[in-house]
Design a protein around this ligand. Sequence first.
Ligand SMILES: [Zn+2]
Length: 301
Amino acid sequence: MKSLRFPRLRLVAVFCAIAAAAPSSAADPSLRAAASVPPVAGLARALGAGRWTCDSVVRTGADPHTWEPSPRDVAALSGARLFFASGMPFEKVLADKVSARNHDLCVVELGEGGVIENDHDAHGSHGAHDSHSDLHGWLSPHELAEWAESVSAAFAEQDPDGAKAYAKALADTKAGLDALERELRQRLPKGIVFGAVHPAYGAFAEAFGLEQVALETDGHEPGPRALARARNRLRSRGARVILVQNDAEARLCSSVASECSLRVVRVSPLSDDPLSAIREIAAAVAPDGGGEKSVPGPASR
Ligand SMILES: [Zn+2]
């Protein structure tokens, strides 16, 4: 197995032993990729211009922070040529297992610094009001555009015949992200403070100059002191909304929400359409509302 990192601004060619072999056609079954989570798989499908398939190893509805690969997951990945890693805790374990069966798999590391080496502790880095980038980097349009460049470069390197199609798909994706970012900058005044149960929105908040106050600390349910701290901060900063991903999170925040007069809004940061996810979260925290979805329905973390 090879582990690849594309420089964030300057893309260079990547070399994988198997790469050149396959002659490509629109339906070449060897053009198989996999991604760690649904948003990255969705991004890759959009960038693959119909030439690549890309499934997420963590399926919609599962929690990527506690997920562990089964033998079936390992077997499924064994037929893939590319794996897009995004810094989730399980990736290292999965990569090690797959490498025993598929020596030619190229791992493309998206996200920031040493992604594949991350362990679960990395999640602890998004604390009660952390505004730094986190494991959910796809929720930042700028970050996602950089990921898109890496994904597209990997496709072109593996399948040079499709280079033109990948360039077009990349340009379209980046144009969509630019437009979304411009629109949301208008809609989201800097300094908005919002609550969250799980600290999934740090990259989103950072991208738009907002502040996330999360109840969970270090990946755990908050104790009484952490809860009191978060409550004080939400009140003093005038937060109006708290984001949840599922019923369990809605239950966890219900007392804080009523004490701080917060609207509980369900969002889907793990959607396989990351642009829609960004738009949905923006609508939830924007001063002009959104927020019709304050009743929890089925979803996942
Ligand atoms: Zn998370």
